[in-house]
Design a protein around this ligand. Structure first.
Ligand code: ATP
Length: 276
């Protein structure tokens, strides 16, 4: 699998150099099987993390219109236990949200220990759409990179495993998906002139995303660029990154569960002794 995971600040990447398609030799059926196997492992890891309460997981999904944020949520969340999973979509800020700092509405939805949260869009909109559409002065959005790094570091210190995914599609794929939406009765509700307008800002968004990657990729909260023209490959890359991040914690979670289990057994023995 070829993925670009960025975990160092200052790394300059050019999206145009990164493939949006799956590598030539990847077999679709094999990839789907692998995805299901990873899904089972993920479910198991989620169960351990839920009991251990040492960590939580925050998945941030960003991408252009039609990049597949909803589809990724459907497939990845489909392998998770809904208990302890929260999916949150961030749209245009409400009047109330605008009265606060840009991280206020985000922080309220970060996961409790033991839980998963999946964000469909996020605080990154405040350095993407806010920049491209000039919603705030340049000096303001530039300050936000530092706030974002500090915020994500704070989450990580609290045990949150932060994973950030950019679903990378080509301009042609986006056009096909937008046109397909118009044709399909079940999908037409999603279309808007804004989607076509945003396409005109393709290069401005590319520049904004590249700066996001350079300024907010850290060891605690890396970005993964996901080739997303093929949905099955996109799902596989996301699932693999998740399992890779969670797997190293398996032993610690298991140990914690064992220790709690032993403690509970001792409590029970003491209780029984008092009843004799
Ligand atoms: P999807 O998010 O799945 O593409 P959508 O575009 O229909 O679906 P909406 O709930 O209508 O989703 O809102 C998303 C819109 O909100 C996007 O255009 C996005 O740029 C905008 N948005 C999100 N966060 C902000 C923000 N902080 N400031 C301004 N606009 C924002």
């Amino acid at each position: 699998m070829t993925t670009h995971t960025l975990d160092k600040q200052g790394e300059k990447i050019h999206l145009a150099d990164i493939a949006t398609t799956s590598p030539k030799k990847t077999d679709k059926d094999a990839a789907k099987k692998e995805f299901d196997a990873l899904g089972e492992e993920l479910f198991d890891l989620q169960d351990l993390m839920w009991g251990a309460r040492l960590n939580s997981v925050l998945i941030i999904l960003q991408g252009r219109d039609t990049a597949g944020k909803d589809g990724t949520i459907k497939h990845v969340a489909g392998h998770l236990n809904p208990r302890g999973l929260n999916v949150v979509s961030f749209g245009v800020p409400t009047e109330e949200e605008r009265q606060h700092d840009f991280l206020w509405r985000i922080h309220q939805h970060t996961p409790r220990l033991g839980e998963f949260a999946i964000f469909n869009r996020s605080h990154y909109e405040d350095v993407l759409v806010a920049r491209v559409n000039q919603l705030v002065p340049e000096a303001l959005w530039k300050e936000r990179y530092g706030h974002i790094r500090d915020f994500e570091e704070l989450l990580a210190e609290h045990g949150t495993l932060v994973l950030k995914f950019f679903l990378h599609i080509s301009q042609q794929e986006q056009e096909e998906r937008l046109l397909a939406r118009e044709k399909e009765a079940r999908k037409a509700w999603k279309i808007s002139a804004g989607d076509w307008e945003d396409r005109q800002n393709w290069d401005a968004y590319t520049q904004a995303y590249e700066e996001v990657f350079a300024r907010t990729s850290t060891r605690e909260a890396p970005w993964t660029i996901v080739p997303a023209d093929s949905k099955w490959y996109r799902n596989l890359v996301v699932a693999q990154a998740l399992v890779d991040k969670l797997r190293p914690h398996r032993e610690a979670w298991q140990k914690r569960l064992d220790a709690v289990g032993e403690e509970k057994k001792r409590d029970l023995a003491r209780w029984r002794a008092t009843r004799k």
